[in-house]
Every structure is written in C-alpha cells, then in structure tokens.
Design a protein around this ligand. Structure first.
Ligand SMILES: O=C(O)C(=O)C[C@]1(C(=O)O)C=C[C@@H](O)C=C1
Length: 363
C-alpha cells in the first residue's frame, strides 16, 4: 500500500487501525449470521443451522479471491474460524469424534468445524454413530481411509446397520513423530507405543532407526503418548495434537514412509446436503452372487461418464447377498445424470442405499 508508514511506531498504529476495522466487519458479519438464524427458524422451526454446502462455497470463494501475501489455505483457515464462531452464535454445534483426545480424528474435527464447535471424544467408531443416531450430538467424525494403509473397515461396517448420512469429508495430511517425555533416556529406548496403522505407516523408518525396539500396539496414538509419560525407556509414535496434550518432545519429525500420507474422515449426521457445485456421492450396493455382477453395476457409471473415486468390497453380514460394494463418485444425487445412474443401479442391485451427497473437502 502506498501510504503505509515505514517506521515501527507508524506501522503499529496502522495495524491497530486495521484491527479495529477487521473487528467491526467481523461483528457486522456475526450480526448477519444471527439474522440468518432468525430467518431460518421463522420459515421452519426444525431448521438446521449448519449448512455444509454453504460453508464449502464460502471457503472456495475466499480461496479464489485471495491474492496473497497469505496463502489461500491460510486465509481459508481464518475464515473457517470466523464461520465457526458465527455458527456458534446461531446454535452451538456438538460433535462426537473417535477419541481419545489428541487423536488425528480430533484434529480433523477441528479442521472441519473450527474451534467453536463443542467436540466430545468417543471410545469407538460405533459409539460415534450411536451418539449421532440418539441425537446426543449433532454430527460425528470418523476416519474412513488412509492413503498408505487403505480402508477403515469398522466405519464401512457401521454404515451397513445405520441410517446415518454423510454430510461432508475432511482430508488430513498425517505426520507422525517419534515422541519422548522429559524422563525418557533417549539412548535407551527399548519400547515404542503406537496405533497399529501408524506402525504400518512408519515401518521402514522404524526398521532403519529402531530395529531392536519392541513395537507395542495400543488403541490410539494419543494413548501411546499418554503411556510414554510414565516410562523412562519408552517412546511413542503420534501426531502434533497428542504431543502437545501430553507435553512430549519430538525426537524425529515426519517419520511416515510416504510423504503424501493422508487420511480421509467423514462427517456423519442426519441431514441431506444440497448441491455445493463440487460434490461427491457415496452409495452402498448389495449385488446378487452371479457372474458379471460387478460389471453390471459399474456399466451405467461408465456410460454416463461419472468418475468413480473409490470402490470397496465388504462381506455382507446378512448372509443373503454375497457382495456389498461401497462406491464413491463425483457428482450430486440431485444432478440429472447422477439421478439417472442411481435409477439404473437400483434396478440391477439387490439393495441400494445412498449414504449421502456432500461437498468435496475444501481445506
Ligand atoms: O448461510 C448460512 O446459512 C449461515 O448460517 C451463515 C454461515 C456463515 O457464517 O457464513 C454460518 C453457518 C452455516 O453453516 C453456513 C454459513
């Protein structure tokens, strides 16, 4: 800016002025959100306040408009928090996540809903489903697949017996660190705690650096971090949140074997999300056990040129149908070509359940 002062005092005065302007604008925005809430409840007493499609549009627009010097993801994260606070003014949102505190799922929940949501740790994936189903919380966050280790079967299986719908997705880059406490004798580490998935994601690094250490699998990375606090000869593999929560030090950073290691999480709830303009749909399909079943199922997607983003098979638990397929594809169920494909699949399948159409992860 041409009239930006050059001296420190002048620059700080300018920053104070800008902060006042930003605060006034944020307050004005919050007032607007409050009015949105009044409008929503006037039209419909059962109104839902959290609107994933609108949030995705707001964040995408911010990223498109941004000219720097902050990078677009950073700018979107700031707006993520502003929206989170605005939503809390409309209605405080309660979110259950796969705990305990300090897990990557908690990090995913924060990334998606921001700091103003009230988040509650659950001991297991099916508990997250149960809490949302029972109405004890508004939404749930569960992991569904990791780029190195593949699908999280518990989550897919939970969908089979549940009426929950998918309202969103979050992708998180997973960075693992080797962590120790103040009491750890770093040259004497003989035991390493972590979640089995994390061990698998850091296998080569561990073989190279700690081939002799005993690898002890535990229920979560956060639990691994907790255990290290009390043992002088142990270390943990976990992420930043767990390290911070238990005050541990990183001995080695980003030790995952694949630099692009990431996990996808799903937001579950009981609302159908309208189109955001860049959406995905998840379905689960049971097919009869006959030759060519998979071909018959996929053929309409190919003909309508719909991009499949994931296909998983799970054994059916009903015993009647042998194959159950989980399919993710680009597009929203309200788009005519997607609706046409779903109609055709319905005819060919023994059973079809649309788990939800939702915005592609933005942040
Ligand atoms: O547009 C809305 O429906 C709002 O409630 C406003 C707002 C926002 O702050 O922009 C807040 C919460 C919703 O999840 C989406 C957007």
């Amino acid at each position: 800016m041409s009239d930006t002062p050059k001296d420190l005092e002048g620059l700080r005065q300018r920053i104070d002025q800008l902060d006042s302007d930003i605060m006034r604008l944020i307050s004005e925005r919050a007032e607007c959100a409050r009015s949105v809430a009044e409008t929503k409840t006037k039209d419909d007493p059962q109104a839902v306040f959290y609107r994933p499609e609108r949030e995705a549009q707001v964040l995408r627009r911010i990223m498109e408009l941004n000219d720097g010097p902050l990078d677009s993801e950073e700018m979107a994260r700031l707006f993520r928090e502003i929206m989170s606070a605005c939503l809390a003014l409309e209605q405080p949102i309660k979110v259950a996540y796969l705990g305990p505190e300090g897990t990557f799922t908690q990090q995913a929940s924060l990334k998606h809903f921001g700091e103003s949501a009230i988040s509650l740790p659950m001991a297991a994936i099916d508990e997250v489903f149960r809490e949302v189903e029972a109405g004890a919380v508004n939404y749930g966050v569960v992991p569904v697949e990791n780029s190195t280790e593949g699908v999280i079967n518990h989550t897919l299986d939970s969908f089979m017996d549940s009426s929950m719908r998918i309202c969103g997705e979050v992708v998180l880059r997973i960075h693992h660190h080797l962590l120790v406490s103040d009491n750890t004798r770093r040259d004497k580490v003989s035991r390493i705690y972590s979640h089995p998935q994390s061990f698998a994601q850091c296998r080569k690094w561990l073989d190279a650096h700690y081939p002799q250490a005993e690898r002890v699998p535990v229920s979560s990375n956060a639990e691994a971090a907790r255990l290290v606090k009390t043992e002088w000869h142990s270390a943990a593999i976990a992420g930043d949140m767990a390290a911070k929560l238990y005050g541990l030090t990183r001995v080695a950073e980003k030790i995952e074997d694949r630099p692009d290691n990431s996990t996808r999480f799903l937001i579950i709830g009981n609302q159908d999300v309208p189109m955001s303009g860049d959406d995905k749909t998840s379905i689960v399909v049971a097919m009869r056990n006959q030759p060519g079943a998979l071909h018959d199922l996929l053929e309409p997607f190919h003909r309508h040129q719909i991009d499949l983003t994931r296909l998983e098979t799970r054994p059916s638990r009903s015993g009647v149908w042998n194959y159950v397929f989980f399919i993710d594809f680009k597009g929203h169920r309200d788009e005519p070509r997607v609706a046409a494909v779903l109609e055709e699949v319905q005819v060919r399948a023994a059973e079809l359940k649309v788990l939800g159409s939702f915005p592609m992860g933005v942040l």
